[in-house]
Design a protein around this ligand. Structure first.
Ligand code: UDX
Length: 432
C-alpha cells in the first residue's frame, strides 16, 4: 500500500522504514528541510541498531523516500500516519500543538477519502479533537476516518519490536478503515486488537505507566532487600517465575528514565486529574523513582565521605543500552549531581558521548571503556550496556586509586567482585 508518515523523528523514521521493509511504498515527511536533506543523502539523525541498513536498502529499492512537503505526502497516499512529538508542558500535561497543526495541514491537503492514523502518544479523547479539526479545515469536503494506532517501540530494539510486535492496537470509530489497517499490518504476523479510539489511546498510557510501576515496585523491594540482607535478583527471579507476573521489567536499577516513561507517567496523572480521578498510585511510582536516585547518590557519598575533589569514572550516559539517547537519562542526572557536589568525572558511553558533551562539558570523555578507571577514586556503572559486563576488571582494580565500584545496574556478581578485592556496592543485593 502507499503510506505517508508525517514526522520523521524516532517513531516516524522507524515506522516508515519498517512499513517499507514490509513491502509498502512509503513517503516520510518532515518540516525540517535539513533533516530531509540529510536522510536523502543517506545520513541518519539517530542511532538505532539495524535502522540505517534498512533505510538504505528500502531507499535503494524505491519503497522509501523523504520530502518536506506535507501536501505531496497527503496527495499521494490514502493512509497518512501522524508521528509528531507530543512534548510535556511544564505542569506535566501534554503539548498537542504539533498534532493540531499537522491535522490542519492534512485537512488542507486531502483530495480524496483519507485514513488519518495517529501514532503519537496522546491523551485519551485526542482522536475526537483530530476528527473535529480535520472536518473544520477540510476545504475539499472529502470523507476521512481517524484511527488511533499507538506505538510500543523500545529504543535500542525498535526495529525488532516493529517487525515482531506483541500486538497491534487499532482504535476506530467506524469499520471502514479496518480492512486497510489490517492489510498494512499483515506482513508482521501479530495479533491485531480492534477497539474504539478512546480505549486505544488509553492502552498506550496505561501500558507504559504499568511498566514504570513494575520497575518502581522492584526498586522499592530492592530497598527492603538492602535492609534485610536479601538479594533483589533472587527475589525478582522467584516472582517472575509466576506467569501472571513475568520476569521482564523487574531489574532493580538507579531508576527509569528516557523520553517515554517519565513523560507518559506525568501525562497520565494529569489526564486522570483533568477527568476527576487522582491517580495516587502513579504519583507513588514517580516518588519511588526519584528516591531511588537519591539513595544511589547517598550510597556514593556515604562511602566516599566527601565527594568534592574526588575523580569518579562513570560508565554509561545513555538512558539505557543500545541507544545514543540521553533525554531524561538517569546517568546524566547522576553525573550532574556529582559535578554539583564537586567531583571531577571521567565518562564513557559506547554511543552517547557526542550527545552528552554539550550537557556535560566539564567531564573528560574517554574512548576506551577500560581506560575510564585510570586514576579514579571510584568507578560507577550507570547504564546497562551489555559490553560493560566484559570490562577488564583486573585492570580496573589496578587503575583505580581505591578499588571501589558503585553499580547502578547490577551487572556484576557480588561474590566475584568481593573476591577480586573490590568494595562493591550495587542495588538491593545484601547490605551493599
Ligand atoms: C518504553 C516502552 O518500553 C515502550 O513500549 C514505549 O513505547 C516507549 O517507552 P523505552 O523508553 O525505549 O521504551 O525503554 P525501556 O526499555 O522500556 O526502558 C525504560 C527505562 O526503564 C530505562 O531507563 C531502563 O534502564 C529502565 N528499566 C527498564 C529499569 O530500570 N529496569 C527494568 O527492569 C527495565
Amino acid at each position: 500500500m502507499k503510506l505517508t508518515i508525517i514526522g520523521t523523528g524516532y517513531v516516524g523514521l522507524v515506522t516508515g522504514t519498517c512499513f517499507a521493509e514490509g513491502g509498502h511504498t512509503v513517503i516520510c515527511v518532515d518540516k525540517d528541510a535539513e533533516k530531509v536533506k540529510m536522510l536523502q543523502a543517506g545520513g541518519m539523525p539517530i542511532y538505532e541498531p539495524g535502522l540505517e541498513a534498512l533505510v538504505k536498502e528500502n531507499v535503494r529499492a524505491g519503497r522509501l523516500r523523504f520530502t518536506a512537503s506535507t501536501q505531496e505526502g497527503v496527495e499521494q497516499s490514502a493512509v497518512v500516519f501522524i508521528a509528531v512529538p507530543t512534548p510535556p508542558m511544564p505542569d506535566g500535561s501534554v503539548d498537542l500543538s504539533f498534532i493540531e497543526v499537522v491535522s490542519r495541514e492534512i485537512a488542507g491537503a486531502m483530495r480524496a477519502y483519507t485514513i488519518v492514523v495517529d501514532k503519537s502518544t496522546v491523551p485519551v479523547k485526542t482522536g475526537e479533537k483530530v476528527a473535529e479539526t480535520i472536518k473544520r479545515y477540510c476545504k475539499a469536503k472529502v470523507d476521512f476516518d481517524v484511527v488511533s494506532n499507538p506505538e510500543f517501540l523500545r529504543e535500542g530494539f525498535a526495529v525488532d519490536d516493529f517487525m515482531k510486535p506483541d500486538r497491534v492496537v487499532i482504535g476506530v470509530s467506524s469499520t471502514r478503515p479496518v480492512p486497510a489497517m489490517k492489510e498494512i499490518y499483515a506482513p508482521y504476523n501479530a495479533p491485531i486488537i480492534v477497539t474504539d479510539i478512546n480505549s486505544a489511546e488509553l492502552i498506550k498510557h496505561a501500558a507504559n505507566s504499568f511498566l514504570a510501576l513494575k520497575i518502581s515496585y522492584i526498586n522499592a523491594v530492592s530497598v527492603l532487600c538492602e535492609l534485610s540482607g536479601a538479594n533483589v535478583q533472587e527475589v525478582a527471579h522467584g516472582m517472575g517465575m509466576d506467569a501472571r507476573i513475568g520476569r521482564k521489567f523487574l531489574d532493580a536499577s538507579l531508576g527509569f528514565g528516557g523520553s517515554c516513561f517519565p513523560k507518559d507517567l506525568s501525562a497520565f496523572i494529569r489526564i486522570s486529574e483533568s477527568m476527576g480521578y487522582k491517580f495516587g498510585l502513579l504519583q507513588e511510582v514517580q516518588r519511588i523513582n526519584a528516591e531511588q536516585m537519591d539513595r544511589f547518590v547517598k550510597k556514593i557519598s556515604d562511602t566516599l565521605w566527601v565527594i568534592k575533589g574526588k575523580t569518579l569514572g562513570v560508565l554509561g550516559l545513555a538512558f539505557k543500552q543500545n541507544t545514543d539517547d540521553v533525554r531524561m537519562s538517569p546517568a546524566i542526572d547522576l553525573c550532574q549531581r556529582l559535578l554539583k557536589d564537586g567531583a571531577r568525572l571521567r565518562v564513557h558511553d559506547p554511543q552517547a558521548m557526542e550527545k552528552a558533551r554539550p550537557i556535560l562539558p566539564e567531564a573528560t570523555y574517554v574512548t576506551d571503556m577500560d581506560e575510564v578507571a585510570e586514576g579514579c577514586d571510584a568507578l560507577i556503572i550507570a547504564t546497562e550496556w551489555p559490553q560493560f559486563k566484559k570490562l577488564d576488571l583486573e585492570r580496573a582494580r589496578k587503575s583505580l586509586a581505591h578499588p571501589i565500584v558503585f553499580d547502578g545496574r547490577n551487572l556484576f556478581d557480588v561474590e566475584e567482585m568481593e573476591r577480586m578485592g573490590f568494595l562493591y556496592k550495587s542495588i538491593g543485593r545484601g547490605k551493599g
